[in-house]
Design a protein around this ligand. Structure first.
Ligand code: NCD
Length: 506
């Protein structure tokens, strides 16, 4: 288990069991702490679990002293409150900082500069809620590379992920007896912008749940969050799909994140789970909601025992105690990003002259001929070479549109770079867009080195992420990084999926 908690797409069963084991062990500690400050009372939010073996025990935790900073740059009641309570239950003295009071919020300081101030003051655990996606991951990596021994906990980053909510949801499912292989879970609400949905689904993957999806108002679950799931039903607004589920997980519509908020009132009016709905739901089911609720849960089921929303909120305390305790007792640096080696698939030396008449443009004296580009792709690749600084403006880079390719009976583009050999990195990137491309280095001594590359596995520092909320669009020190999979580029920080030509071509 890494000490920083940043959120990720997949967990192994082993990782999930480790998370659960730690969180379970904190439940009796949190109950004891509650009793101590509430005249011996048992926490009402988990009254239904009072007889569970999980809530009793006589465990104490010795937490080494550490400076816990809880920085809340977006609205928060439950998350901020339970992190604070969790730290206090462990005998720590957390500092809670809200948006308006930060240099980030009022003075336009960069995320990294702002965060570093807490490191200078000796922060050991940095808990961050932010609208900037990928920011916790970026800060964890960057601050650690700057030499700070810091554990970063993502308390929700924009519409991306909310891993600690996913973990407390997991604990709620476990304590409710619903966490089973092949369980049926139905998720209704804002599946597009609801980060808690993204996180609960990733943490549940090892249980291979049958998932029914009921997006509200077109707010559908998108890739990569839906990848690898067993989706057995999916229909906009059809609450009927939730009726045969063991677990119904509802969320509010994230009005703030919707570009055109006019739909909001309609959406909130239409989809309401009420008593009539619950009466038809599967016997023994539970209804979960990360809170806050809006119209999607009616007042009449607010106190229904099937609704475990308050239990979820309370279980955030022991779950977060576990996170803080681990961070305070073990320091493990975050896993870095590997750029991946460039792989040359073939390399041969041949005479440089092409047979007369077969090409409509001449080969340069010394330089690179990029051959076998799909017809029409030349301009985009030319733009890429210029953007990357791999060719300078004095070099002429003609694209010969639609050259007849001898022996292939098709049209192709060719690019000639005068005076320079383009790098292997450029070759691998060009191959991403043009899988048949050959890169020919013409040395000027009559010999040509013809190379084919494996397509690049990543694209770093070249293209801008199209998600305006991505950290790379908010901090100049956040280098853009994309992982390439199935002809798509996934932003390493915010996981937004891009179509390759659209990303590279711009
Ligand atoms: C959620 C969040 O902030 O993403 N709330 C929470 O942390 N309990 C869900 C929401 O705000 O709708």
């Amino acid at each position: 288990m890494t000490t920083s908690i940043l959120g990720k797409p997949d967990y192994t069963m082993e990782e999930v069991q480790e998370i659960l084991e730690g969180a379970r062990s904190m439940v009796p500690v949190a109950v004891e702490a509650y009793r101590k400050i509430n005249r011996g009372a048992f926490p009402p939010a988990i009254k239904m679990f009072e007889d569970s073996a999980l809530v009793s025990g006589n465990i104490t935790r010795n937490t080494p002293p550490t400076n816990v900073i809880i920085q809340i740059l977006e609205e928060s009641t439950r998350t901020a409150g339970s992190f604070r309570r969790a730290a206090k239950n462990l005998g720590l003295d957390p500092v809670v900082i809200h948006m308006a009071a930060t240099s980030r919020g009022g003075k336009g300081e960069s995320p990294l500069d702002d965060a570093e101030q807490h490191m200078i003051q000796g922060a050991g655990i940095y808990i961050l809620r932010t609208s900037v996606e990928g920011e916790p991951k970026f800060l964890a990596e960057k601050l650690q590379s700057m030499g700070y021994q810091i554990s970063v906990i993502n308390a929700g980053d924009g519409k991306h992920r909310h891993p600690t909510q996913g973990r407390l949801d997991l604990l709620t499912l476990d304590i409710s007896g619903k966490l089973k292989k092949g369980m049926k879970i139905g998720i209704g609400g804002d599946l597009k912008y609801g980060r808690t949905v993204h996180s609960i689904l990733s943490v549940l993957k090892p249980f291979e749940p049958e998932v029914s999806l009921v997006p509200f108002g077109g707010l559908e679950l998108e890739s990569p969050y839906r990848d690898g799931l067993n989706i057995v039903g999916e229909e906009e607004g059809n609450l009927e799909l939730l009726l045969d589920c063991d677990v119904i997980y509802l969320t509010r519509v994230q009005q703030k994140r919707i570009a055109v908020p006019t739909d909001f009132d309609r959406i909130q009016r239409v989809y309401i789970t009420n008593l009539a709905f619950l009466e038809r739901a599967k016997k023994g089911c539970i209804i979960m909601h990360p809170g806050p609720r809006r119209g999607e849960i009616s007042d009449e089921i607010r106190r229904d025992p099937r609704l475990v929303m308050s239990a979820q909120a309370w279980l955030g305390i022991p779950e977060r105690m576990n996170e803080i305790w681990i961070a305070a007792t073990q320091h493990k640096p975050v896993q870095g990003f590997s750029r991946g080696e460039v792989e040359i698939l073939s390399e041969e030396n041949k005479p440089a002259r092409t047979k007369p008449g077969t090409m409509t443009i001449g080969s340069p004296e010394r330089g690179t001929v990029i051959d076998h580009l799909p017809a029409g792709a030349g301009d985009m690749i030319k733009a890429l070479l210029r953007k990357a600084g791999w060719v300078n403006s004095e070099q002429t880079v003609p694209v010969s549109d639609f050259v007849d390719s001898p022996g292939r009976r098709c049209k192709k583009d060719i690019i000639v770079v005068h005076g320079d050999f383009i790098s292997n990195e450029a070759g691998a990137l060009i191959t991403l867009l043009a899988p048949d491309a050959t890169i020919n280095h013409i040395r000027g001594d009559g010999i040509l080195t013809k190379m084919k590359f494996a397509p690049a596995k990543g694209i770093c520092g070249l293209c801008q992420c199209h998600n305006g909320d991505c950290i790379t669009n908010h901090d100049g020190e956040a280098e853009t990084r994309f992982l390439v999979r199935d002809e798509k580029a996934i932003c390493y920080w915010c996981e937004t999926i891009h179509n390759l030509p659209a990303l590279i071509g711009k």
